[in-house]
Design a protein around this ligand. Sequence first.
Ligand code: FAD
Ligand code: NAP
Length: 319
Amino acid sequence: MESQILDCAIIGGGPAGLTAGLYTTRGGLSNVVMFEKGMPGGQITQSSEIENYPGVTGEITGMDLMIPWPEQCQKFGLKHEMVEVTRISHKENGNFIIHRGDGKTQEAYSVIVCTGSTPRRAGFNGEDKFFGRGVSTCATCDGFFYKGKEVAVLGGGDTALEEALYLAKICTKVYLIHRRDTFRASPNTVERVKSTQNIELVLNSCPDEVYGDAMGVTGVRVIDNDGKSREINVPGIFTFVGNNVNNQVLMQEDGTSLCSLNSAGEVIVDLSMRTSVPGLFAAGDIRIEAPKQVVCAAGDGAVAALKAISYVDEKLSHK
Ligand code: FAD
Ligand code: NAP
């Protein structure tokens, strides 16, 4: 075990974790580590465009938005460890143990869980087999491979429609497959999709199978609500069917969760981002009723950090 007890351990380096890092360090905590298994920035770095972050005009990608955030945090002393956290456990004295993927552990007075969410699999035949070989969940990452070709997009939410618009600029045609005939994406985005000439709506339909050869995907067979099937010959399908929350770090060896979760696995918090366990906070997409917006995740991170500072101050004053 690393000897020095951390004032605060932040798990995850997306908008929530980075903002928590900024506020804890700038607010006076001196020994704060953000554990991030990949590059900091979170899921928004996969977005081809963000136009609803306050104060940011002009066309920027999610990556553009996030690049300065880690540097700003480091200026105030946030330490960053590029390692996966496998579990958080609780000691009898109220402190927490951070179990790292490299086998090491670290003790902390307080923890802010900001592990966000990851794309869900849709569940059609061939999805796993061709994942990374024609099936993708990231248009900014993989869209370029389909420049000048036709592709399919699955889903009816904001992500699917926004990424369909992005792909329509690179690809000759985008088939937007959705299981209903109305969309849950914002009306403005739906209108933009409907008025884009090279997006064909394939409604009331679900993929039955993605098929291909040794080189990758060659097509997708969709079945509509009347049972009629249609083959769409495309080398790529982008699936955007929602996200699962990353709550694995809370799971204990006996199968219980460290703190209370709702039926969807989201962390139950109060307005101060406090969980059911004192000293343990949760922020961003992982919490109940998260609006799943960068600005909200960042706001949560700030709230959690301010409360973590009070918690640690109080705890250390009684030592
Ligand atoms: P995340 O961004 O998910 O970050 C969590 C971080 O935790 C990740 O970096 C992950 O690697 C890390 N992590 C997870 N588990 C562990 C572990 N065990 N150990 C260490 N690290 C771990 N929002 C908007 O406001 N506007 C938009 O236009 C917009 N567009 C979007 C487009 C796309 C394609 C997507 C996918 C999302 C979009 N969103 C948008 C939503 C927005 O990205 C999220 O609401 C926001 O990123 C949530 O931030 P977060 O910090 O809670 O979690
Ligand atoms: P989402 O809103 O949950 O939408 C998922 C879509 O996938 C839905 O249309 C759903 O259909 C469909 N779907 C789910 N499972 C399916 C399956 N197995 N097969 C076929 N289709 C399936 O997810 P999201 O679009 O990723 O958005 C997540 C959150 O981030 C939302 O709160 C969203 O507003 C937010 N976000 C915001 C922005 C922005 O503000 N610009 C951008 C991106 C994301 P049904 O509609 O029939 O359920």
